[in-house]
Design a protein around this ligand. Sequence first.
Ligand SMILES: Nc1nc2c(ncn2[C@@H]2O[C@H](COP(=O)(O)OP(=O)(O)OP(=O)(O)O)[C@@H](O)[C@H]2O)c(=O)[nH]1
Ligand SMILES: [Zn+2]
Length: 219
Amino acid sequence: MMLKQIADVNFPTLWADFRLLAFEKVNAGSAASEERQETALALLLGDIHSFPPVVRIHSQCMTGDVFHSLRCDCHDQLHLALSLIAKKGVGVLLYEQQEGRGIGLMEKLRAYELQDQGLDTIEANLRLGHAVDLRDYALPIEILRFLNVRALRLMTNNPDKINAVRSARIEIVERLSADVPDNPHSAHYLVTKRERLGHLWSSDSNFSSSQIVLPVTNE
Ligand SMILES: Nc1nc2c(ncn2[C@@H]2O[C@H](COP(=O)(O)OP(=O)(O)OP(=O)(O)O)[C@@H](O)[C@H]2O)c(=O)[nH]1
Ligand SMILES: [Zn+2]
């Protein structure tokens, strides 16, 4: 995959003054003007090469990230990651745009409709003819390579993200839990992620696809 850096700007936030890099995936041979290119943002703080930085790969969730929907944990996870990076002074937040686990906002909202009728998040995707999770993490991984991050502390409960980082031979020195408190609207969704999608609990220190036990900490 080819990566194109689009912009490099100062990005002051409530938590810290980040540097924001914007990237676009360049598909070789594609008609760029016709095809919507995948894009991602990287918020950087501190000297990310001095020691393994906190890294969060955050999948876009407009309903949660922007409107603070209580149906999911995305908003709180985004804030947790930004505040932890600010506290540590070193880290990278990768914001990638595979909304709705890759089905897009409109289809996610159709899936929410089905969930309002009693289906869970998995059944709803399948009923609409989608895979349960269409995401791949090639673009964020390519950005980590571009940034020359060879070892990191990964904030996630999602085994797919862990496997993607590992497959790229980037060392995960620590898994940081992405647990945030649930609420009556999100509780069922969060249980489904754990029971049916294999997401890790904060106390899980390892995961089925690996023999290596990773330390896990709650900040
Ligand atoms: N299709 C679909 N997508 C959802 C639903 N709820 C949240 N999402 C999307 O799921 C993605 C976030 O995935 P999560 O499973 O919450 O978390 P994760 O990023 O895989 O894992 P963590 O790193 O542990 O947070 C975002 O793209 C959301 O838009 C839903 O009910 N249906
Ligand atoms: Zn969400």
